[in-house]
Ligand binder design. Structure first.
Ligand code: G3H
Ligand code: 13P
Ligand code: ZN
Ligand code: NA
Length: 280
């Protein structure tokens, strides 16, 4: 059975939970997410980053699509962080259910025109579109307070952006980061989240939070209560894979199976935390 990413997010919206979008790199990753989703009776999103696509090529996308179609729970395949016209136009032809048009490296007006252009094509193909406003900082970035504040998502701009681009989902920057959070833990701006949610809920747009690895459960819960419907998870799943490789094993199949089991455990835990477990 085939679903759209919008349908998955609409179901989450109406029941008040969030769906995990897990970055995958190979068959073990795909199988880990699908196995966790089926075991937890949870919807899920398999997502491929441009660097993973460059490595895995069309075979990786095909493996995701086929796994999604065969799964007995709703699963879709998403292109993560497409930040150039060239790679997005290519991705639009590859069979993804949804794409992220990441124009966050552009100034506002250029982000609008870039996102609007790609969204129109994606929507003509019934694909769900996520965009980003604000700029995600990395843990390693050493920013002044002013620079940091300038990267947060602006509330008034969000409404303008949604009107001008017609996107379905918006990735926001409220202090979330890709990778590890600095010592002392994440400091998400929940007041900003509430203000952004007031705008997006009025516009029927889903809130997305990147950088979900490293967020404690109470922070995840607060985000869901305030409207986040998609969490992107990469680092924690990838680390589980890498850690599992440290255990010396003689058999290659065992190496792959332990990697899959290690990733599956992390993914299943996220599904329970996001409230998507038991919903499919
Ligand atoms: O990296 C090895 C994977 O098992 C290959 O899977 O061809 O679907 O990327 P893929
Ligand atoms: P983490 O690596 O922090 O989980 O972020 C993942 C992400 O946002 C992928 O788009
Ligand atoms: Zn991201
Ligand atoms: Na993170």
């Amino acid at each position: 059975q085939s679903f759209s990413t919008k349908e998955i997010l609409l179901a989450a919206e109406s029941a008040g939970y969030a769906v995990g979008a897990f970055n995958v790199y190979n068959l073990e990753g795909i199988e880990a997410v699908v196995a966790a989703a089926e075991a937890e009776r949870s919807p899920a999103i398999l997502q491929i980053h441009p660097s993973a696509l460059k490595h895995g090529g069309p075979a990786l996308v095909a493996a995701c699509i086929s796994a999604a179609e065969q799964a007995n729970v709703p699963i879709t395949v998403h292109f993560d962080h497409g930040n150039s016209k060239h790679e997005l136009l290519e991705a639009l032809e590859m069979g993804f259910h949804s794409i992220m048009v990441d124009g966050s490296h552009f100034a506002f007006e250029e982000n609008v025109s870039f996102t609007k252009y790609i969204s129109a094509i994606a929507h003509s193909k019934d694909m769900t579109v996520e965009a980003e406003l604000g700029r995600l900082s990395g843990t390693e970035d050493d920013l002044t307070i002013e620079d940091y504040e300038a990267m947060l998502t602006d509330v008034a701009q969000s409404q303008d952006f949604i009107h001008k681009t017609g996107v379905d989902a918006l990735a926001i920057c409220i202090g979330n980061v890709h990778g590890k959070y600095p010592a002392g833990g994440p400091k998400l701006k929940l007041d900003l989240l509430k203000d952004l949610h007031a705008v997006t809920s009025m516009e029927g747009v889903f809130l997305v939070l990147h950088g979900a690895s490293g967020l404690p459960s109470e922070v995840i819960k607060a985000c869901i209560e305030n409207g986040v419907r998609k969490f992107n998870v990469n680092t924690e799943v990838r680390n589980a894979y890498m850690e599992s490789l440290r255990n010396p094993q003689k058999d290659l199949i065992h190496v792959m199976l332990s990697a899959k089991e290690a990733m599956k455990a992390v993914v299943a835990e996220k599904m329970r935390l996001f409230g998507s477990a038991g919903k499919a």
